[in-house]
Design a binder for this molecule. Structure first.
Ligand code: IMP
Length: 465
């Protein structure tokens, strides 16, 4: 069978810990979208692993696959693999030959576009991670992308670079008016996103790119890392292996179903597990689909957040407390995350779009000991009651949350509760979880009570459901 793990909110729901836990029951863990914009933290026996591209299952020794729906920065991939090897692990990572490659010019363009948007004061910058994700997916859709397979063929690589790089150079110089050769280049927009070295001009130099990426292709080939993803997963399934699909980011930053344009450029929702891996939709649909939920809400980057705790000094102090306790600082960028109450209209939308068979609710320990606990059960907009998220940013921004106040619970010993099971959770915490499950009509499969893999109360193992 397959298990698909999906972020229900805005990313950062703690997917890594569950992927790592349930990945132990899988034979292959597959990322199906996104790239090194993801930040997955896995804590194992007190050791912390921060991964952005290597599938979290690798910490457990499970084979990790970057599917065709991913955009891959090979330098990040090699750095993470090398770091894990230095720490005594032996990650087995395969990369789809149909996956697209994030090139240095994509990262530069990501930065330029954001800064240009920021400079026009319209407030329409997305707050991207600067990893070149959007520009790479643009080139994929525009049929001018470089794929992993191209890195294995130096002649094909040169031909593609000779076609695309002059276009990118013209975009920077003629549209954005930036001189890539002069001193202006060092301080121009986009320079903060440089991947290495301070000569940004190299990002637009066909010879330099060819040398670097042909060498990357050689290493990928030497290490036998590339696969025809669909065929590879088909053969693993034929052999009776179980597959876990690891979604990155979250439903509300999905390019189709999220808060456009404050979205990432891929589909974190469950349907993409099939498209982004080459495994049939009937196979994915016949498996389990688990939504990962944070017991409150956090957001990096711009965009509406009706339940944000930023109304007055008391709310801001509460947000600070939750941020500190929950460690709510971006894994990739280190940016402090915005904090809000749990938003059920968002969860209903997520459950419908991905067809959740269960949810895992994380960070329940972080809410312990609060004076007050609220959950948003619906919105009011122009006198109308809404139970899910409106389609435009403008309408979502104007939504007034309708709250239910629930009982709070005292801090508890997470390790002891995880060991003893669900009934050992404080009664008010169980009521909170049952309230959420009821409202979104989806059972709770697991409850996160701390960052360590062991600090999870499991009600249902999806591989045994
Ligand atoms: P991009 O994916 O770098 O293009 O960024 C687009 C939007 O998605 C920005 O608001 C980012 O902050 C957000 N984003 C991208 N990846 C993640 C993630 O893994 N967690 C949370 N937010 C993310």
């Amino acid at each position: 069978m397959t298990l698909t793990i999906v972020g229900s909110q805005l990313g950062d729901e703690g997917k890594g810990a569950l992927v790592d836990r349930w990945g132990g029951d899988a034979d292959v863990v597959v990322r199906y979208q996104g790239g090194d914009n993801a930040g997955h933290t896995v804590v194992e026996g007190g050791a912390e692993y921060k991964l952005s591209l290597v599938p979290s299952g690798a910490v457990r020794g499970t084979v990790g696959v970057l599917g065709n729906g991913c955009v891959v920065n090979p330098n990040t991939l090699f750095t993470e693999i090398d770091d894990l090897r230095e720490r005594g692990l032996d990650p087995d990572v395969r990369v789809a030959r149909r996956a697209h490659v994030i090139m240095p010019y994509h990262r530069v363009l990501d930065g330029i576009e954001e800064e240009v948007k920021a400079d026009d004061d319209a407030g329409d910058e997305v707050g991207t991670t600067g990893r070149g994700i959007g520009p790479t997916y643009e080139d994929k859709a525009g049929r001018r992308g470089i794929r992993v397979a191209d890195l294995l063929d130096p002649d094909a690589l040169r031909e593609k670079l000779e076609y695309v790089v002059p276009q990118k150079r013209a975009l920077v110089e003629d549209v954005y008016g930036i001189d890539l050769t002069g001193s202006e280049a060092q301080s121009a927009p986009g320079s903060r996103t440089q991947s290495g070295g301070d000569d940004r001009a190299e990002a637009f130099d066909v010879d330099a790119l060819h040398e670097e990426f042909a060498a990357i292709g050689e290493r990928l080939a030497d290490e036998g890392m590339t696969v025809n993803c669909s065929d590879y997963l088909h053969s693993r399934r034929e052999a009776g292996d179980e597959i876990l699909f690891e979604g990155a980011q979250g439903t509300h930053i999905d390019v189709d179903h999220g808060n456009y344009p404050f979205v990432t450029s891929s589909n974190p929702t469950a349907g993409a597990a099939a498209v982004g891996s080459g495994v049939g939709v009937t196979t994915v649909g016949a498996g389990e689909v688990v939504g990962i939920v944070k017991a409150y809400l956090s957001r990096v980057g711009e965009g509406p957040m009706p339940t944000e705790l930023d109304g007055d000094a008391d709310e801001e102090a509460l947000a600070d407390e939750i941020r500190e306790r929950g460690g709510e600082f971006g894994t990739v960028t280190g940016r402090p995350r915005r904090i809000g109450w749990l938003d059920l209209p968002m969860l209903r939308h997520a459950a419908r779009v991905s067809g959740f068979t269960g949810v895992a609710v994380n960070h329940v320990d972080v809410l312990a000991g609060l004076d007050e606990l609220k959950v948003c059960t619906g919105y009011e907009l122009d006198g109308e009651a809404l139970d899910t998220v409106p389609t435009t940013t403008d309408r979502w921004e104007r939504c007034e949350p309708v709250y239910e106040t629930l009982d709070t619970w005292e801090p508890f010993d997470s390790a002891a509760v995880a060991e003893a099971g669900y009934d050992a959770l404080p009664e008010a915490a169980r009521e909170y979880l049952e309230f959420v499950a009821d409202e979104i009509d989806t059972p709770v499969y697991a409850v996160g009570v701390g960052p360590d893999r062991e600090e999870t109360v499991e009600l249902t193992n999806p591989f045994e459901a």
